[in-house]
Ligand binder design. Structure first.
Ligand SMILES: Cc1cc2nc3c(=O)[nH]c(=O)nc-3n(C[C@H](O)[C@H](O)[C@H](O)COP(=O)(O)OP(=O)(O)OC[C@H]3O[C@@H](n4cnc5c(N)ncnc54)[C@H](O)[C@@H]3O)c2cc1C
Length: 474
């Protein structure tokens, strides 16, 4: 059996098969598993990347029936039953499970791909962290550039990732960088959160949405609701009616299925997800399954499942059960995702939690619940310990231990850009940028219902797992 992707779904599936008489090859283009819900903390210097990532070989080294293979899968030869990789010999399979997740989507908006910072991987989180720190270094040397937006940080997408990132960025600036850069007028730094709908945290109840809005506003974040980015350049973001001068556009506004799906000749939704049967197998290919963000699994009312870690993990457990059922000659059963609840943190001592059945939590208690759950779901004792110790240190000292610039960010000091916003975003650009089929809405866990164009879905709402649904590592 071949599993492509060692993320939430692929890793969980490999671990679920530990006791089964099946030889598994797990292929991933990275040699480590990433805990994406905490990427924003790496980007804001709260955590080292090693605290939220772990080598796949280390996680699976005691599991005798799994081999890990580093490789980028580029296609499948269905006739020969081979998985093709960019780097080496093809890998034969009897059963294939695709779990390559999703990638950032810019919806074709002019300039976003070139100029925005996505947040889907540790590399991207580190690049963003270096970039933010470099802007302060630049302001230290060229304070006149503050006027041109070097300390204006624009976050697009008011879902949990955007809300979390905006809150953490503001805290980094005011609690940490203010002390690091005594000459820089940090009060002039701006964090602007842009959301296309009229509320933050789509998928949450109105009280939680209002709480997030008010908390962010009270912490100095400029929350712009009902606004859309129609274009971006190296030094500006165009909102149609207004151009914001900035060197930092952070894009958390949506995802689409991993492009591997486009190369497979299978049926896809408009967001690129692979159409699957009720049991998560591919139509006409009973021994090929798709799980997680890549799969277009549907709930009983026909809506697409949200692209969330819990869906990927429950899908993995389901596929493991289907493989056993096939072995035993039993009929397939449908996959039913059971939501354990949703949560989002807004910053220090502030979060919202909604549990099925109507229980709602806000503020410090919700924040402690958020911390505890994320610690529990992290893979491995070492990661938990690292995260806990870095959180504890940050909390008591208002310090951020991980504020290192790891790329050649010093180049930014030598080449201060002085282009004006109006010079870089032409009217033509703006016209071309008129959003194509859909607008950059926020993440909505239930946004993929039929009858409307597939909108951005993605790091929607954070599931609350129970001990039985634990993000299990060793
Ligand atoms: C910033 C951020 C915050 C999030 N926060 C939350 C949250 O709080 N709660 C929540 O429930 N969900 C959250 N999510 C969403 C959650 O992370 C995803 O739903 C989940 O990771 C999907 O699991 P998956 O197994 O489908 O894909 P992933 O976990 O993305 O794993 C895909 C794997 O496939 C590998 N891969 C990709 N392409 C190839 C290829 N061609 N060949 C080989 N390997 C390949 C990748 O390296 C990766 O290891 C967040 C996502 C992001 C980006």
């Amino acid at each position: 059996m071949v599993i492509v992707g060692g993320g939430f779904g692929g890793l969980k599936l490999a671990q679920s098969l530990a006791e089964d008489p099946v030889e598994v090859t797990l292929v991933d283009r990275r040699n480590f598993h990433t805990f994406q819900p905490l990427l924003y903390q790496v980007a804001t210097a709260m955590l080292d990347p090693g605290a939220i990532a772990r080598s796949l070989r280390a996680i699976l080294q005691d599991q005798g029936n799994v081999m890990v293979r580093l490789g980028t899968v580029v296609g499948v030869d269905w006739a020969q039953r081979l998985v093709r990789t960019a780097e080496g010999a093809p890998i034969p399979f009897d059963t294939l499970v695709l779990a390559t997740g999703a990638v950032t989507s810019d919806y074709g908006i002019v300039g976003v791909e070139e100029h925005a910072f996505p947040l889907k991987s540790t590399d991207e989180a580190l690049r963003l962290r270096s970039h933010v720190l470099a802007r302060f270094e630049q302001a230290d040397v060229h304070p006149e550039l503050i006027e041109e937006g070097i300390l204006t940080f624009v976050v697009v997408g008011g879902g949990p990732t955007g809300v979390e990132l905006a809150g953490a960025l503001m805290e980094l600036i005011h609690k940490v960088l203010r002390k690091d850069f005594p000459k820089v007028p940090v009060g002039r730094a701006r964090v602007v959160l842009i959301e296309a709908t009229d509320h933050l945290l789509g998928g949450f109840g109105p009280a939680s949405q209002r709480h997030a809005f008010e908390t962010l506003r009270s912490r100095g974040i400029e929350v712009r609701l009902g606004e859309k980015v129609v274009g971006a350049s190296a030094d500006a973001v165009d909102l149609g009616h207004e151009v914001l001068r900035t060197r930092t556009l952070i894009w958390t506004a949506g995802v689409r299925a991993n492009p591997l799906a486009d190369a497979l000749g299978v049926e896809q939704t408009s967001g690129g997800r692979i159409v699957v049967n009720d049991d998560l197998s591919v139509p006409g290919r009973p021994d090929v399954y798709v799980i997680g963000d890549l799969a277009a699994g549907r709930d009983t009312s026909g809506g697409l499942h949200p692209q969330m870690a819990g869906v990927a993990q429950q899908g993995a457990t389901h596929v493991a059960a289907q493989i056993r059922r096939r072995r035993d000659g039993l009929a397939a059963t449908p996959f039913r995702y059971k939501s354990k609840g949703i949560m989002a943190t807004i910053g220090r001592n502030a979060a919202v939690v909604e549990v099925p059945g109507g229980l709602r939590f806000r503020g410090r208690l919700a924040w402690v619940m958020w911390l505890a759950l994320h610690l529990q779901r992290l893979v491995g004792f070492r990661n938990r310990w690292e995260v806990l110790s870095q959180w504890a240190w940050n909390y008591v000292s208002y310090d951020r231990t991980a504020r290192l610039m790891v790329d050649d960010a010093t180049r930014a000091l030598a080449e201060p850009t002085t282009l004006s916003a109006s010079a870089t975003l032409s009217t033509g650009d703006r016209q071309r940028a008129a959003t194509p089929s859909g607008s950059p809405e926020t993440f909505l866990s239930d946004a993929d219902h039929p009858g409307r164009p597939e909108p951005p879905v993605g790091p929607a709402v954070q599931p609350i797992s129970s001990a039985s649904d634990r993000y299990a590592g060793k």
